[in-house]
Design a protein around this ligand. Structure first.
Ligand code: R5P
Length: 299
């Protein structure tokens, strides 16, 4: 057991964190967080963290309720004399408001990044939504940033599934990962031209599917409202293809999005375990463990 570092899980991250700790041969520390009757947070760290690297696991979907407890934990860890805090946030939020579209709008991507950056020494995340912001380093000023990609685990899932896919990216931004996944699985691919009209409305132009006998496999980074996947499913329906399989890295699924996609005709929905959801089937923990081992624990 390596005693120079310890893994600590924020609420709902214990399964992920304990598997990560196992892979890294580290102890899982004990953290108590509960709410007082008035909804304020009580935080207590029960493990010895003095002079240790703390790998703090907190995936940050639904971030507003998570941010304050996270900051209390970080501040407490610092008072207890930790060597460094490495935040593992498999899903990093507030990446989509990456531009001020109208006067008076908050540029929340940069604001959130500033709050987090002030408090940690290292950030590890999986496929943050990089669109107009090209690198996390452009808005995060954390001394060490490790941005990982779920491309290989997704490709491995496809290869093991035995399906013969036609890979479809639901927008031009998805080109970066569908192209790589298509290469790794030796599959044809296209990307759709998507125009977003508002939060819950998009239009799509789908190019020709050159091999209609293959299973359409829609791959996106995030399913939030599900409108991007749903619009793609509906557009594919008119082409006499097999029912599509949907793969997403981050399973946000706001409201009833998951059921809506099944109702729309998705054969199956598969996600990575960056956010806990019943659709999780692709494990990103080995990827994270590997990088922590090589880039954090070796030094
Ligand atoms: C958009 O730019 C992203 O890559 C996703 O396509 C999008 O965030 C999915 O959101 P929704 O499920 O609400 O369409």
């Amino acid at each position: 057991m390596n005693n120079h570092a310890i893994v600590i899980a924020l609420p709902n991250n214990v399964v992920f964190a304990s598997e990560l700790a196992n892979k890294l041969n580290l102890n899982l520390g004990s953290l108590e967080i509960r709410k007082f009757p008035d909804d304020e947070s009580y935080v207590k760290i029960n493990s010895d963290v003095n002079n240790k690297i703390v790998i703090l696991v907190d995936t940050l979907d639904r971030p507003n309720d998570k941010l304050l407890p996270l900051l209390f934990v970080v501040q407490t860890l610092k008072k207890l004399g930790v060597k460094a805090i490495c935040l593992v946030a498999p899903y990093l939020p507030y990446m989509r408001q990456d531009k001020q579209f109208k006067t008076g709008e908050a540029l929340t991507s940069a604001m959130f990044a500033e709050i987090i950056s002030k408090n940690i020494d290292c950030l590890i995340t999986i496929d943050p939504h990089l669109h107009r912001i090209k690198n996390l380093e452009d808005i995060y000023s954390v001394p060490k940033i490790i941005t990982l990609h779920a491309i290989k685990p997704i490709a491995e899932w496809i290869l093991q599934s035995g399906i013969s896919p036609f890979i479809i990216g639901p927008d031009k931004e998805s080109d970066q990962w569908v192209r790589e996944i298509a290469k790794l699985t030796n599959s044809p691919f296209i990307t759709i031209n998507k125009t977003r009209l508002d939060d819950k409305k998009v239009t799509m132009e789908i190019p020709e599917i050159t091999d209609p006998k293959r299973t359409p496999l829609l791959i996106d980074d995030i399913i939030s409202t599900g409108i991007s996947m749903k619009t793609a499913i509906n557009a594919l329906k008119n082409r006499n293809l097999k029912s599509p399989i949907c793969i997403a890295i981050h399973a946000i699924f706001s409201d009833n999005a998951y059921n809506e996609l099944i109702k729309a005709g998705a054969e199956k929905i598969v996600t990575c375990n960056t956010i806990i959801h019943p659709s999780n089937a692709i494990d990103v923990i080995p990827l994270i463990a590997h990088e922590i081992q090589n880039q954090i624990l070796k030094n």
